[in-house]
Write a protein that binds this ligand. Structure first.
Ligand code: FES
Ligand SMILES: [Fe+2]
Length: 394
């Protein structure tokens, strides 16, 4: 029998993976810093700590409110173990509820659609759009049962410019204190005047952080997108100052970044000002929402982690309302879809390869280039939550 080579396990015992000493290299300034330990991308225990300290605490992004334009329109999402209903009420307000019946807990709505009431498929308890229990059959013999004591559990939902954010922490501060200066920096895009024309879902075979890191550096573009997006000549985007829970790259360029070279598309957004008029902004709204804001449209990358090694990606595409009303819209927009449908799978595939490599017991932390500053900032943002804030030099 041939000898079997047993790999040396590099991950320390489970009880030790949150020891700050393992992350000292990540805390150093960029030029001296290491990447996160491989187990930060593969360990279910690390992932569960992220759920507790990040996803259950921060404002999370859930796409556009124009997905549910009419009263009774809803969509549901199972987000890090929390089933959620997002529904539009009679007055146009959008609300979020825990998707769990107050009788014996069944999830009530699935997918998306329109309903007259939120009716539980188990014993037909029903709730109105405001979460009030309005039907509870056969409950008259139940002592001291009062309908008003059993509304759906509301979740904090706020909007900015038509984008929906939900916070699962009932003590969270308002969204404006989270975004701070982001709405002002991006105001000339007039996102509130945009319409989402396509929403596409992918399942990524990678940890959510791998995908965020990919989106926040242009170092990979000449390699991964060499035959599609690579128009850079060694000039990397600049890092934008931020006061809120976001960070951004800005790239100066002519034309749009949402088309492949040689294709022509829609006119520029007429209201663009300042740096928005001179190129594209690529903000990351922590923890995991990326915008591509370019001169004629915007697209978002929304991540919903499924486990340590799998993530749902939703890509939404938005154009100014007047553009979507053009008679040639459907024909011209196909050129934009072509660009996204080529570049996004390229990023998805390289992320899956990184996951495979990081899962090796021989994988070790690496080093970063000057062209990856936001990977370093993002890694430290994650550690500030998973381990707790710590002094570091930037
Ligand atoms: S669990 Fe919903 S009505 Fe019984
Ligand atoms: Fe990319």
């Amino acid at each position: 029998m041939s000898a079997v080579l047993v790999p040396v396990l590099r991950q320390p015992a489970a009880v030790e993976i949150f020891d700050p000493r393992h992350y000292a290299g990540v805390r150093k300034p960029l030029a001296e810093a290491t990447t996160l330990p491989p187990w930060a991308y593969t360990s279910e225990e690390f992932y569960r700590r992220e759920v507790e300290t990040i996803w259950m605490r921060e404002w999370n992004f859930f796409g556009r409110a124009d997905r549910i334009p009419n009263p009774g329109d809803y969509f549901t999402v199972d987000f890090v173990g929390v089933p959620i209903i997002v529904i539009r009420g009679k007055g146009g307000e959008v609300r979020a509820f825990s998707n769990s019946c107050r009788h014996r807990g069944a999830a009530m709505l699935r997918g998306d659609g329109n309903c007259n009431a939120i009716r539980c498929p188990y014993h037909s308890w029903a709730y109105d759009y405001e979460g009030k229990l309005i039907v509870a059959p056969e409950m008259e013999q139940t002592k001291d049962f009062r309908m008003e004591d059993f509304p759906l559990i509301p979740l904090k939902l706020e909007q900015w410019a038509g984008f929906i954010f939900i916070n699962l922490d009932e003590n969270a501060g308002p969204l404006k204190d989270y975004l701070v200066d982001l709405p002002e920096v991006l105001s000339s895009y007039r996102f509130e005047n945009m319409v989402c024309v396509r929403r596409k879902e992918y399942t990524l075979e990678s940890n959510w952080k791998i995908y965020v890191e990919n989106a926040m550096e242009a170092y990979h573009v000449p390699t991964v997108h060499r035959s599609t997006l690579s128009r850079q000549k060694g000039v990397f985007p600049t890092v934008e100052p931020s006061n809120g829970q976001w960070m951004a790259l800005h790239k100066e360029h002519e034309g749009t970044r949402a088309l492949l070279t040689g294709d022509t598309g829609f006119p520029r957004i007429p209201t663009l000002e300042g740096k928005a008029a001179r190129g594209s902004y690529y903000p990351l709204i922590f923890p995991s929402t990326m915008f591509g804001s370019t001169t004629d449209c915007m697209w978002w990358l929304e991540l919903q982690p499924l486990s340590a090694s799998r993530t749902k990606l939703i890509v939404g595409s938005c154009f100014p309302k007047e553009v979507t009303e053009r008679p040639d819209f459907e024909e011209v927009v196909q050129r934009y879809y072509k660009r996204w449908d080529i570049s996004i799978p390229e990023d998805n595939e390289i992320s899956a390869l990184q996951q495979i490599g990081l899962a090796s017991p021989f994988s070790k932390p690496g080093r970063l280039s000057y062209a990856e500053p936001l990977v370093h900032v993002f890694n430290n943002w994650v550690l500030d939550r998973v381990l707790g804030p710590q002094e570091r030099r930037t």
